[in-house]
Design a binder for this molecule. Structure first.
Ligand SMILES: Cc1cc2nc3c(=O)[nH]c(=O)nc-3n(C[C@H](O)[C@H](O)[C@H](O)COP(=O)(O)OP(=O)(O)OC[C@H]3O[C@@H](n4cnc5c(N)ncnc54)[C@H](O)[C@@H]3O)c2cc1C
Length: 339
């Protein structure tokens, strides 16, 4: 194991905040992972798991051992009309989507261009354009650092919910090393999202193919979201708040244009970006951080800034949305490491 001390993490978080890990190791196998766990135990270091760093708010001094998940691997098992895809946690999510589309396997094409690793995808049950990871999820393998044993989780055990799972609820306990998805070899791809439907309507395409959907998702996302390679960001900074239908009716009476989507029976999901935009935050810059000018849900780091500046801005946004709409916004990316 190549343990590095005082390792910079600046290039390992998509917001690009400066940070240093007390100790750092990249693991490429399950054996290396358990070796790293033992090393941390022996040295009395806390363990922190890192994937692609696209959903974290890294603090400047990370004490303990940061374990970067670089376990690769992709195997396919054909089972009837399904392709069972087993992936190492360190595989890049977008490359996995592109590969499955090239094979003609449908199911995850509308989650193209989500940055990060396969191993982190179950943590917040990633989703985009009406599809969530759970829709194609079969099981995963993880190391339980409390019980010091390997565990298999089926879909039910993962407790998936909107941008949530058991792994988010019990942070740091399970280290995911392998994820199995079930993709379809035959099902026609389905459009579940109005924005994508509109994209194809404009082009006069009635039944888009798998690769047309993949390309459309990439095009729409590139037009709306900043590329972390050029502008630091962690994607959506807040979750879309879910409120009861009666709360929603009360809001509509004051704000008839309220952007909303049906959720589970009795509940409505509000578009957090719209709420923030109505509070006039879109495009505003405060020092080295700001609100992206094409999507108010995305907070950006222009460079040379600190996490505190971004947290301060996000709290101001939460306060103004709360006082205008009476709705609280919950942050999506997590502080790293969690205390
Ligand atoms: C431009 C942009 C667009 C985005 N769009 C979307 C979107 O459309 N939908 C969406 O859902 N998300 C989106 N995100 C958020 C992010 O890409 C996802 O949450 C992604 O799954 C994070 O993966 P990661 O490997 O970068 O995780 P990291 O940021 O490295 O880690 C996130 C959390 O997961 C934990 N973790 C990481 N790997 C493992 C593992 N193997 N086992 C256990 N815990 C682990 C970490 O400890 C941390 O708490 C976007 C982000 C950006 C920058």
């Amino acid at each position: 194991m190549n343990i590095q001390h005082q390792c910079p993490l600046d290039q390992l978080n998509t917001l690009g905040f400066p940070a240093t890990a007390e100790a750092f190791v990249s693991v490429t196998s399950e054996q290396m992972l358990t070796d790293a766990v033992h090393y941390a135990d022996k040295q009395g270091l806390k363990l922190h798991i890192l994937g692609g760093g696209s959903n974290i708010l890294v603090t400047p001094n990370v004490s303990g051992l940061v374990v970067k998940m670089d376990i690769k691997g992709r195997t396919v098992n054909m089972s009837g009309d399904s392709a069972l895809l087993t992936l190492g946690a360190g595989e890049e999510w977008h490359k996995t989507v592109a590969w499955s589309v090239a094979q003609g396997f449908s199911g995850i094409e509308s989650m193209a261009l989500i940055p990060g690793s396969v191993g982190a995808a179950p943590v917040q049950n990633i989703g985009a354009y009406g599809t969530e990871l759970k829709d194609n999820f079969v099981h995963l393998r993880a190391y339980d650092i409390e019980q010091k044993r390997w565990v298999d989780f089926d879909k039910k055990a993962c407790q998936f919910a909107y941008r949530d799972s058991l792994f988010k609820q019990q942070p740091g306990r399970y280290i995911i090393t392998e994820v199995t998805l079930s993709l379809s070899k035959v099902a026609a791809p389905r459009l579940k999202y109005a924005a994508l439907q509109g994209f194809f309507d404009q082009k006069g395409i009635n039944a888009p193919s798998l690769s047309q959907i993949f390309d459309a998702v990439c095009e729409v996302r590139r037009s709306k979201l900043p590329d972390p390679a050029t502008l630091g960001n962690a994607g959506s900074f807040f979750k879309n708040p879910v409120i009861t239908n009666s709360q929603c009716d009360a809001l509509i009476s004051h704000f008839p244009d309220l952007v909303r989507y049906p959720d589970q029976p009795g509940y409505t999901k509000l578009a957090a970006g719209w709420l923030i935009d109505q509070c006039h935050w879109k495009g505003k810059r405060q020092g080295n951080v700001g609100v992206y000018d094409k999507q108010a849900l995305v907070l950006v780091h222009y460079g040379d800034g600190q996490l505190d500046e971004l947290l301060d801005l996000s709290e101001q946004i939460q306060t103004s949305v709360q006082s205008k709409f009476g709705v609280s916004l919950e942050r999506e990316p997590q502080i790293f490491p969690l205390i």
